[in-house]
Each structure stands twice: as C-alpha cells, then as structure tokens.
Design a protein around this ligand. Sequence first.
Ligand SMILES: Cc1cc2nc3c(=O)[nH]c(=O)nc-3n(C[C@H](O)[C@H](O)[C@H](O)COP(=O)(O)O)c2cc1C
Length: 210
Amino acid sequence: MKILEPLKWRAAVRKFDTSKDVSDVELEALLDAGNLTATSMGLQPFKIVVVKNKTLQQELVPLSYNQQHVAEASHILVFAIETDINQDNVDRYIERAMELRNLPSSALEGYKNSISQYMSSMSSDQKQVWATKQTYIALGTVMTIAAELKIDSCAMEGFDPVGYQKMLNLESENLMPVVILPIGFRSNEEVMASLPKVRKTRDEFVLEVD
Ligand SMILES: Cc1cc2nc3c(=O)[nH]c(=O)nc-3n(C[C@H](O)[C@H](O)[C@H](O)COP(=O)(O)O)c2cc1C
C-alpha cells in the first residue's frame, strides 16, 4: 500500500548530512502537523520548542549521552509538557473554542464543567503522565509527516530533561522536556537506515479476538 511507503522509508537516523537544512516551509509543516494532532479533551498540554543553533546544539550533546546527532541535525524539536496545568488551561481552551466557532459561553458550559472536573480529579503527577501521553501522539504525527516529506528524524529519550530545561531556559516557561526529535537529512554515511527493519511478526504483534 502506497500510504505505508513513508513509514517503510523512515528510520531512526543518527548520522545527518550537516550541509543540508530543513527549510522554513518544511519546518512549519511539521509544526502544523504537531498542532493538528488530536489530544485528550483538545487541551494540548505541551509545546514544541524549536532549537536551531549549532553552538547550542553542541552544548546539548553532553546532556544527550554524547549522542552526536543532536549537534549534526538541522533542528532539534523539543517536545515539552506544561508543568502548571490548571483551570487556566481549560478556560483558555473554552475561550478559543468560543472565538473560533463563534459560540456563546452557554453552549460550552456543560463541556467546560466536565473537563474542569476531570482535570481537578488528577494529582500533579497524574497530570504530568497524562500530558506526556498527549505529547507522544504529537511526536508520532510529526515523525510520520516528516517521513512523508522525506525529512529524517530520530526520536530520542536518551537525554537529561532537567539539564535541557535549564539550558533552554524552559523553567520560567513552565515547560519540561519529555522527548526530543532531531530532524534533517540522512548522510551518505548513515548505514543503519538502509538495513531491514526489525519488527515483530504479524502474529506476535496482532491478537485477534473473535
Ligand atoms: C520514544 C523513543 C525514544 C528513542 N530514543 C532514542 C535515543 O535516545 N537515541 C537513539 O539513537 N535512538 C532512539 N530511538 C530510536 C529507536 O531506537 C528506533 O526507533 C528503534 O530502534 C526502531 O528503529 P527504526 O526507527 O529505525 O525503525 C528512540 C525511539 C523512540 C520512539
């Protein structure tokens, strides 16, 4: 199936061509893909922080278990959850829905009450786990659209989130990185990307229940 071709082409690229950059137009498409991603209750409790600065990227390498692709990628997309999720998030969402859909507040009152109740039922730790799950959906969307555009990427959890938070001044923005995505174009020296994919067999992966 043609639609699966980008997913077959995609691979975790660890050797980027340092002479090729992702264009502004391509970057905006990836950010739009992240923003268009579905999230629980539509609250989008995360941001994508864009890093495009070779000096900074080099400084992030020791905070990334010395993984050089952080320095060599065109950009690093840092997926960061909001650390101060509260009623304001719900209020902002409802206000935006009213504005974009031209609705009176009464039309959204029931929904507002139910999501407010759900949010206030979660502890701070539960909210962070919930926000992280939403972030990974966006990560998957961005990786898929990148592959469609023949842009390489490498999802990475191998980094120090608190170190990144400090280096990128994210604490004052109430953001905590949870996963990062170096993006760019594979180098001719990238050997892993052309190897067959290691995946479970269909039977290992799928359980059919009649
Ligand atoms: C959430 C996540 C975290 C990952 N962390 C790292 C990482 O820190 N460093 C790295 O080189 N690859 C990392 N990878 C890449 C995986 O090792 C890779 O996706 C997996 O081996 C499958 O290979 P493929 O993506 O080339 O098909 C990560 C992938 C995901 C989805």
